[in-house]
Each structure stands twice: as C-alpha cells, then as structure tokens.
Design a protein around this ligand. Structure first.
Ligand code: NAP
Length: 266
C-alpha cells in the first residue's frame, strides 16, 4: 500500500453535492484510502469541478509542496488541470496506488506586493484598473527599466496559466515543461508619450519582473491572483518571480498538455 493514503476532497459544500459524492468517498475507502476532513492531514487533495475549482483547491490548501493534487472535472468536461472526471474516479485511484506514480509538475509564480506579503499563483497575477481611468506602470526586468505601460492592465502568467486570461490577451500558449513568466498587455495605449512592446514577452524563470505603479489619479488598482481578487490601496510595486516550487498533479497517460490544448481550442 502506498503512503499516499489520506485523501481530502475540495468541493462546493452543499447538501446535493455531498450526497452525489458519497459513492466516491466509499470507493476511495474500499481502495484503502482514508477520507480526511482537514486538508492539512491529507497527502492527496482532490478538487471536484473544473479548472476554477482546482485553482481554488490549490489556493485554499496553501500550495502544498508535500501533497499531490488531482482534479476531477464533471462528467463531460475537458479541462486543463483535471486529468480525470467523475466517471473515471477509479482510474485516479489506480494511478495513485501505483508504486511509480506519474506526476505532472506545474511551475507557480511568487508575487510580492509593496515589499510585504508574498502570494503564489498557479495561473497568473493580473493588475487592472478598476475605474474608467487608465493605469500606468513602469515595467522593470531585473531592476532595469524596460517600458512604461499605460492602459487597462497587465497579465503575468505561468505556463499553465498561458491558456487562461493570457490567451484572451493574445499571449502565446507555453509548454509547462518550460518554467517561464509571460507578460501580456490588456489594451495598451501607444502614442508619442507612452510606448510599449505591443506584444507579449516571455521571461526565463530566473528573471525578476517588477511593476512600479505610478499614482496618476488611479490609486485603487485590483490585483487578481488566479480567481481571487485583492483590492490593496496604494500599491507601489509588485515583484514577480518564479522559484523551484511546483504543484504536482496525478497524470493520466496519453493526455499531454498539447492534447488538452488541441481538445479545447482546435
Ligand atoms: P471564471 O471567470 O468563472 O471562468 C473562466 C474560465 O477559464 C473557465 O471556463 C475556466 O475553466 C477557465 N480556465 C481557468 N483556468 C484556465 C486555464 N489555465 N486554461 C484554460 N482555461 C482556464 O473563473 P474561474 O473558473 O474561477 O477561473 C479563473 C481564471 O479565469 C483566471 O485565473 C483567468 O485565467 C481566467 N480569466 C479569464 C479572463 C478572460 O479570458 N478574459 C478574464 C478573467 C479571468 P472551468 O470552466 O473548467 O473552471
């Protein structure tokens, strides 16, 4: 029996969902897993729902480095973080029970706001204006000024986040085997006063990206970290880095990242 035997389920906690999930809990127990009610006690964390739920599960359980995550999408859904769906829960259990468990490793970014608290993101951090006025930011790469952005906002994404908001902002889809940070613009103004690259750019994981917000009448930007928003007054600077931390997920064979890109977009 594997030592990965304590399973925590993250789901919408309503009576109907709990009823629907009872057979899953029983199946897990029949396979020798203990279903725990506290994520801290678990070494495998299963989210029920799509990518949005997976992102929440990872955030609410603290981006655990010592646990493995698995996403169970609803029956007929294809999603990026969920290799399994409710109908293939047995396959997930079988995969976890294998001695040589196959895992995916998804790089995450670290976001430090105003030299203070550090947060993690699995998809992206987005800095946006919440009012009709544009937002202005100096963009530094490794402490060197690169450009001054003026517009609706910037999206800074991980490789797995590249298929989310970043893609809608015309960013490139990046293979998660390339740990890197992508910066994409949302509606930049380009004129004789403000000039940006005008395309997304991708930084090596060892670079440091700093956004210094200019307080030009827009002091309430919103910062979204995956699907959670933080409205922090007077944000002066945001530093984005990538270290060696990853989110590990159970891997289903023959379901590569590029298979999922093809299924979702082509
Ligand atoms: P949501 O607004 O309810 O749904 C956003 C959609 O994006 C859902 O269909 C979700 O899939 C999908 N999604 C999430 N992560 C993805 C990824 N890495 N690759 C491809 N699709 C992905 O918000 P949510 O479900 O809580 O997800 C939050 C994410 O939404 C953010 O991290 C951001 O990437 C994305 N978003 C996109 C835009 C945009 O494209 N204009 C704007 C804001 C946020 P499921 O249906 O499987 O949950």
């Amino acid at each position: 029996m594997t030592t990965r035997n304590k399973m925590y389920f993250y789901f919408h906690n309503d009576n109907e969902t709990i009823e629907n999930l009872k057979p899953l809990f029983s199946l897990a127990e029949e396979h020798g897993f203990e279903v725990v009610d506290n994520a801290k006690k678990a070494n495998i964390i299963v989210s029920i729902g799509g990518d949005g739920m997976f992102l929440q599960a990872v955030r609410k359980t603290g981006f655990r480095q010592d646990a493995i995550y698995a996403g169970l999408a609803r029956e007929d859904e294809s999603s990026f973080y969920c290799d399994f769906n409710l109908g293939s829960f047995d396959d997930l259990l079988d995969s976890v029970l294998k001695t040589e468990l196959e895992v995916r490793r998804f790089p995450i970014i670290t976001v430090q706001i105003n030299d203070g608290t550090k947060f993690h993101s699995l998809n992206e951090v987005a800095v946006q204006s919440t009012i009709v006025k544009t937002i202005v930011m100096d963009v530094y790469i490794d402490d060197e000024l690169f450009e001054t952005f003026r517009g609706d906002g910037l999206v800074v994404s991980t490789p797995t986040g590249s298929t989310g908001y970043n893609k809608s902002a015309n960013g490139a889809v990046v293979d998660p085997l390339i740990p890197s940070i992508q910066v994409s613009e949302v509606a930049s103004m380009n004129n004789n006063n403000y000039r940006t690259l005008g395309s997304s750019f991708i930084l090596n994981k060892d670079r440091k990206l700093t956004l210094k917000l200019k307080q030009e009448g827009n002091v309430h930007p919103i910062i979204s970290l995956d699907n959670e928003a933080h409205s922090i007054q007077r944000i002066d600077n945001i530093v984005v880095t990538m270290d060696d931390q990853v989110i590990k997920t159970v891997k289903l064979k023959h379901n590569s990242f590029w298979d999922r890109v093809k299924r979702s977009f082509l």
